[in-house]
Design a protein around this ligand. Structure first.
Ligand SMILES: Nc1ncnc2c1ncn2[C@@H]1O[C@H](COP(=O)(O)OP(=O)(O)OP(=O)(O)O)[C@@H](O)[C@H]1O
Ligand SMILES: O=P(O)(O)OC[C@@]1(O)O[C@H](CO)[C@@H](O)[C@@H]1O
Length: 303
């Protein structure tokens, strides 16, 4: 079973506002409410690609119930911990002349809720895969990622991490199977600006030297680079298309890579699946289906 953990799930309120101006009343031209949060997005895309997963994490209030309900409608399994205080957040994703995001705070998670998550993790076995992604709400200790990986370390399960900066750096010593920072996050870690795929490669290799088995760097419209554990460097430009909503493109890439790897055991196929999955999600409001990914793959070979 693939387990995803989303510490701070959300309802993503995706709106289109023509020429947004601060300080006045703006009206929406389009609106949609989607279940969100990085692990949840991974679970949705895995379902769309025909892979079972169970989404774990913390939920609260009526927003939490709606996230769970929406997620289950995609066929993903859920086993969320229901937190007593506060509400699961609503994150605003506004498309206008520029893309603007306002992400909420999330509920008040107590030590007993964390213990419940640990108890769930104790039931995982060697055959399972664990995807941990997204930010940590302020009520959780910033050692959360490390604590989780340390807890499952002896089970030798494949762990995938999609997190930024210190959260990511601190887990490298546990040798995660896959990490997926984007080029800006990679640049921040080493205090450099990385704009091209060639510039990214040496820094991706540094993260590998620091412990990650496979390092996948997403680069939005510039494509992606993979430095794999068999010393291969695989890179590609992005498939061409019109971007409608890039929220969740990175999560779709993680799901696509994982699905491709589990199906074939081949890094190049996993990479292309991830790349096309990311783009297929960016080219629509919601997240990619299997058919969308296959269609994007055809355009990649035509480019
Ligand atoms: N403008 C685009 N054109 C084509 N493909 C795109 C575009 N934006 C994203 N993608 C696809 O999605 C993948 C992941 O995108 P990106 O690098 O933006 O991830 P991210 O920063 O983790 O995104 P997010 O946090 O919004 O999920 C890219 O490698 C690419 O394959
Ligand atoms: O606060 P985090 O966890 O970093 O990001 C949360 C979030 O922006 O990430 C997803 C897209 O990747 C959205 O569905 C969600 O709203």
């Amino acid at each position: 079973m693939i387990y995803t953990i989303t510490f701070n799930p959300s309802l993503d309120y995706v709106i289109q506002v023509d020429h947004f101006k601060p300080g006045i009343i703006n009206k929406t031209k389009f609106e949609e409410i989607l279940p969100g949060g990085k692990g949840i997005n991974v679970s949705i895309v895995l379902s769309n690609l025909g892979h079972e997963s169970t989404a774990l994490g913390f939920m609260a209030g009526f927003t939490g119930k709606e996230i769970e309900h929406k997620l289950e409608s995609y066929g993903a399994k859920t086993d969320f911990i229901h937190v007593k205080k506060g509400l699961s957040r609503i994150n605003v994703k506004m498309k206008s002349d520029e893309e603007t995001e306002i992400n909420g705070m999330g509920p008040d998670i107590q030590p007993e809720d964390i213990q419940e998550l640990f108890n769930q993790l104790d039931t995982l076995t060697e055959k399972d895969v664990l995807v941990i992604s997204g930010s940590i709400p302020s009520t959780l200790p910033d050692t959360m990622y490390e604590q989780i990986i340390e807890r499952v370390q002896e089970k030798k399960i494949k762990v995938v991490v999609d997190a930024t900066n210190n959260l990511l750096l601190k887990v490298l010593k546990y040798k995660p199977f896959l990490i997926k920072p984007n080029n800006h996050e990679l640049g921040e870690i080493f205090n450099v600006e990385l704009n091209t795929r060639d510039e990214v490669i040496p820094y991706a290799k540094k993260l590998q030297e620091m412990g990650a088995q496979n390092v996948l760097i997403s680069m939005a419209g510039q494509g992606a680079v993979l430095v794999s554990d068999n010393n291969e460097v695989i890179q590609s430009k992005a498939p061409k298309g019109i971007v409608v909503n890039s929220v969740g493109a990175g999560d779709s890439m993680v799901a696509g890579f994982l699905a491709g790897y589990l199906e074939t055991g081949n890094y190049e196929k996993a990479f292309i699946n991830g790349l096309c999955c990311g783009s297929a999600s960016a080219f629509q409001v919601g997240l990619a289906t299997k058919e969308d990914v296959e269609n994007v793959k055809k355009t990649l070979s035509e480019n």
